[in-house]
Design a protein. Structure first.
Length: 237
């Protein structure tokens, strides 16, 4: 997001290939040269000049997320994906924050192929090398996550389509999967994974940052999970 609360999509961000002094953290301000994407007509989509990245301040959580809420409150929050889709049809919005009332289920769909196909691997290698700006050297192909994660959930606004079901493509969830595979193995990762997504995160003030797929304008994905601690209720007289 920009300082005024406008959401913006920046790409490519080949994070593993960015030098250490330009690798930013989640909830950290950066400045960089950008330009409107010519190939992606979504209004929020811009090309990022990776070499121009300069790191700014990190926004601390401070336990109660006071500092982060200051910026989250600048964003419009939609009561359901249906409202977000109406905004897309009305004014072209393709990124938005959706309020979640209740998580009802989590579906884990394992892929038939645990690794990239030869065609997929070839495309990945070409795309990664194209981001190196003529640097030489071998790049390790990104590890495939052979599972699709889908949240089933309800929103504050009543809907005939409830509960909703959307795929989660949050980078942190992929990292969680990789970590649990290493620590718990192929047979043991699911239990702690489900505990995190079905118990820990829903106990917080969970929201979804959702975005569309470029080639399929009406298809929405959960691109990031935002989970501030719940604010204490105030007694009213």
């Amino acid at each position: 997001m920009e300082e005024d609360g406008s959401l913006i999509r920046l790409f490519p961000v080949p994070f593993r290939l960015i030098s250490g002094d330009q690798q930013f953290s989640k909830w950290q301000w950066i400045s960089a040269k950008i330009e409107k994407s010519r190939d992606d007509h979504r209004p929020e989509s811009h090309k990022l000049k990776v070499g121009s990245i300069q790191l700014g301040d990190c926004i601390p959580s401070d336990g109660d997320w006071r500092n982060r809420r200051h910026y989250l409150e600048k964003l419009p929050v939609f009561d359901s994906p249906e409202d977000l889709e109406q905004a897309r049809q009305r004014d072209g919005t393709t990124i938005g924050l959706v309020r979640v009332q209740k998580i009802t289920d989590l579906t884990l769909t394992e892929h038939k192929n645990k690794d990239w196909t030869e065609e997929e691997r070839s495309k990945l290698e070409r795309s990664q090398l194209s981001l190196l700006d003529d640097e030489q050297g071998e790049v390790k192909v990104l590890e495939k996550i052979p599972v699709d994660f889908h949240y089933h959930y309800e929103c504050p606004k009543p809907s005939d389509a409830a509960p909703f079901r959307h795929k989660i493509v949050d980078w942190e969830i992929g990292a969680l999967y990789r970590n649990l595979i290493r620590t718990h193995g192929e047979e043991g990762w699911k239990r702690p994974f489900k505990h995190k997504l079905l118990e820990e995160l829903p106990a917080k003030d969970l929201m979804f940052l959702m975005g569309t797929v470029h080639r399929f304008p009406g298809q929405w994905l959960i691109i990031s999970l935002i989970y501030p601690p719940k604010q204490p209720q105030q007694s009213l007289f």
